[in-house]
Design a protein around this ligand. Structure first.
Ligand SMILES: Nc1nc2c(ncn2[C@@H]2O[C@H](COP(=O)(O)OP(=O)(O)OP(=O)(O)O)[C@@H](O)[C@H]2O)c(=O)[nH]1
Ligand SMILES: [Mg+2]
Ligand SMILES: [Zn+2]
Length: 336
C-alpha cells in the first residue's frame, strides 16, 4: 500500500516536471515569435525507436537522433515529444506529450510495453500464407475496441488465391464482414486493390499488425515506392515469416495519412481485461449482453444464456464465441 502511494506521488512529480517543460516550450515558442532569444527546444514526432535511441522528426521534416531524459516515460513510434538540440542532428527528448491512444504488448515479464502511440486505426494484415489465425485476429480486433481505434482487416497476397481454395479462404472470414468489420483485399506484389486501402488510410494514423511474413513491409513498399523497406521470405520448412522488421516505423503517405510498419508477431497476448471489457471487444455480442439469466454468465454452460442461444440461431459465429471463451480464460484475471 505504502509502496503504491509512493509510486503515485512519483508519477505526479514526473507529470509536473513534464508539464513545466511543456509550458516552458510554449512560452519559448511565443517568445521566439516575438523575436526574443530562446533556448532551442522544439516539438517533434518519434518515427522510430531503436533500443534507447529515438528517431525524431522535427517540424521541418529533418530527422534528429535523440536520447531521452530519464523518468519521462517510454516514448515510442508515433509519440509527440519536446526535444532540445545537442548537436547538428542530435538531441535529447525532455518531455512526452499526452497520447490519444497507445498500443501495448506485455513483455516477457508480463509488463505492459508500449509499441506505438497516437494511432487512430489498427490494420490487421492477413494472407493465405502464412495461414491466418482467427484467434490472433480476434485478439487484435478486441484490442482495437479497447484502445478505441478503428479496426480494418487487410487481406494481402490475394494473387495466391484461386478457384475452390479462394472460395474456402473467403468463406472462413465471411463472418467478419457480417459483423461489420471493414475489409480490403490487396496484393502488394501485383499492386492490386491498393486504391481501396489508400482510401481507408487517408487522414488516419494507422499501424499494420499481424503475423510475420503476411506482407506488412511489402505493403509499405507498394504504397511508398520512394522507400525500400527490407522484406523477408517465408521459411520453406515452416511456411512462417522470419521476423524481418525489428522496429515500428512511421511513414507519411503522399495521398494523406500516416502508416506505421511493425514487427510481425507469432502470438499476441491481450492485457488483463475484465469479462465486461472483453465482452465490449466483441461488438456483435452487445445486443445480447445483459439478456442472460445470470448477470455474471460466462456464456459457457449456464442455462438461459442469450449469447449461446443467439449462436444456435446462427446469429453469432461459433468461432468468435470459442475465441471469446479462450480469451476469457487466459486474459480474464482482472475482477469484473
Ligand atoms: N505472392 C505474394 N507475396 C507477397 C505479397 N506481399 C508480400 N509477399 C511476400 O511475402 C514475404 C514476406 O513479406 P514481408 O513484407 O517481409 O512481410 P512482413 O509482414 O513485413 O514480415 P515481418 O517484417 O517479418 O513481420 C516476402 O517474400 C514478400 O515478397 C503479395 O501480395 N503476394
Ligand atoms: Mg516487415
Ligand atoms: Zn450467457
Amino acid at each position: 500500500m505504502a509502496k503504491r502511494r509512493l509510486t503515485n506521488q512519483q508519477k505526479i512529480r514526473i507529470q509536473a516536471i513534464q508539464d513545466k517543460r511543456r509550458k516552458r516550450q510554449e512560452t519559448q515558442a511565443n517568445a521566439s515569435l516575438a523575436g526574443a532569444e530562446s533556448e532551442h527546444t522544439s516539438k517533434g514526432r518519434v518515427i522510430i525507436r531503436h533500443g534507447a535511441t529515438l528517431g525524431v522528426e522535427d517540424e521541418t521534416g529533418s530527422l534528429i537522433q535523440c536520447q531521452t531524459r530519464q523518468n519521462i516515460g517510454h516514448p515510442v513510434c508515433g509519440d509527440r515529444v519536446i526535444f532540445q538540440l545537442t548537436g547538428n542532428a542530435s538531441g535529447v527528448v525532455t518531455a512526452l506529450l499526452p497520447r490519444n491512444s497507445v498500443l501495448s504488448r506485455p513483455d516477457y515479464s508480463g509488463r505492459e510495453k508500449p509499441l506505438a502511440a497516437n494511432l487512430t486505426q489498427l490494420v490487421v494484415v492477413l494472407a493465405p500464407k502464412p495461414e491466418p489465425s482467427g484467434y490472433l485476429l480476434d485478439q487484435y480486433l478486441v484490442t482495437a475496441e479497447i484502445i478505441r481505434v478503428k479496426p480494418l482487416i487487410a487481406i494481402n497476397k490475394i494473387d495466391l488465391l484461386e478457384g475452390a481454395q479462394s472460395v474456402r479462404f473467403y468463406a472462413n472470414l465471411a463472418h467478419y464482414q457480417t459483423i461489420g468489420y471493414p475489409t480490403v483485399r490487396v496484393s502488394a506484389k501485383q499492386e492490386h486493390g491498393l486504391d481501396g486501402l489508400i482510401d481507408r488510410l487517408k487522414g488516419e494514423t494507422s499501424i499494420l499488425v499481424g503475423q510475420s511474413g503476411v506482407g506488412k513491409s511489402s505493403l509499405i513498399n507498394a504504397l511508398l515506392p520512394e522507400h525500400d523497406v527490407e522484406t523477408g521470405i517465408l521459411s520453406q520448412a515452416t511456411g512462417l515469416g522470419r521476423h524481418t522488421t525489428s522496429a515500428a516505423t512511421l511513414y507519411t503517405l503522399s495521398q494523406g495519412g500516416e502508416l506505421i510498419d511493425s514487427p510481425g508477431v507469432r502470438s499476441f497476448r491481450l492485457t488483463d481485461l475484465s469479462r465486461e471489457e472483453l465482452e465490449q471487444g466483441f461488438p456483435e455480442f452487445r445486443p445480447y449482453i445483459g439478456q442472460c439469466r445470470f448477470h455474471n454468465c460466462t456464456h459457457e454452460h449456464e442455462p438461459d444464456c442469450a449469447i449461446r442461444a443467439a449462436m444456435s440461431e446462427g446469429k453469432l459465429s461459433p468461432q468468435r464465441l470459442e475465441n471469446f471463451r479462450r480469451l476469457s480464460q487466459t486474459s480474464n484475471r482482472k475482477p469484473g
